[in-house]
Write a protein that binds this ligand. Sequence first.
Ligand code: BTN
Length: 326
Amino acid sequence: MSGTSLLSLLEAEAGAFVSGEEISRQLGVSRTAVWKQIRKLEAEGYEIEAVPRLGYRLNGRPSRLSLQELLPKLVTREFGRRLKLFDDVGSTQDELRKLAEEGAPQGTLVVAERQTQGRGRMGRSWLSPAGKGVWMSLLLRPEIPLPLTPQLTLLAAVALSRAIARVVPLEIGIKWPNDLLVNGKKISGILLESSAEDERLKYVIVGMGISANLDPEDYPEELLDKAVSLKMASGQTIDRSRLIAAVMDEFERLYDLYRDRGFAPIRSLWEAHSVTLGRPAVLRTPQGTVEGVPVSLDESGGLKVRLANGETKTVFSAEFGETTGS
Ligand code: BTN
């Protein structure tokens, strides 16, 4: 018996009950096999009501992203206009990299319902369960010097926080360089991967993960005090297509601004959303631990930290240590 055939039986009844006996007769399988298949559909997000003597009724389907739903919501000129939707991928980063190598244009977007090898910064994995989040990668072909690439990370963080705030009334803070937090818990992360040749930037892949509709049971125990979803924080189920369209819009606007006026306006916006500046921090960098108060961003996106001795040190890559409450 396949899930589709059971599903089509329930769907054919359009909201009415179908008895377990009838299902097992039509599909030629045991009642236990029917029950197992029902549990499987429920795990995929179908809502199935089971009532003794009446049988089973389909009450809801898992939310799925579709081009039909998404495209009318896009208001951009370029970003997201070339769009590929996947059910299952290893990582959207790798799918987009293939397209980039084939010459895909700037603004190409890859979105997946689920990632089996979703990755985060510092070699960590990224939890990406099916149908629950926004797991996507956007292609940029910026004409900027290679050392300025980190500026785009900060731009992405501002774009995401503005887009999320448009869709759900939550106060979003940016933790340097690009984690988005709600009440100190992470709701979104950004991973920039770039390709360069002879010191020239060829393209940048901006990976964005937004934990939109995850429920507490979707998280491993040890993540629950560090991470939260928009749904858990707000009590609202998030319309993922609306969120994707809002991210594309905010990203394109900020990218235009960046092209026209440089990093200064992006830096001001980032600083206004930051929850890092002004708070004592312990930063573990590849060159050693830096302890002090982050005071501002430098021109390339590094974090300027004022040390106890009054000197300022700029940090380009770091993990926050325990004592910061990070
Ligand atoms: C982080 O905070 O460590 C960054 C997380 C980035 C996750 C996104 S989800 C879409 C894209 N594909 C990936 O494999 N990772 C990024």
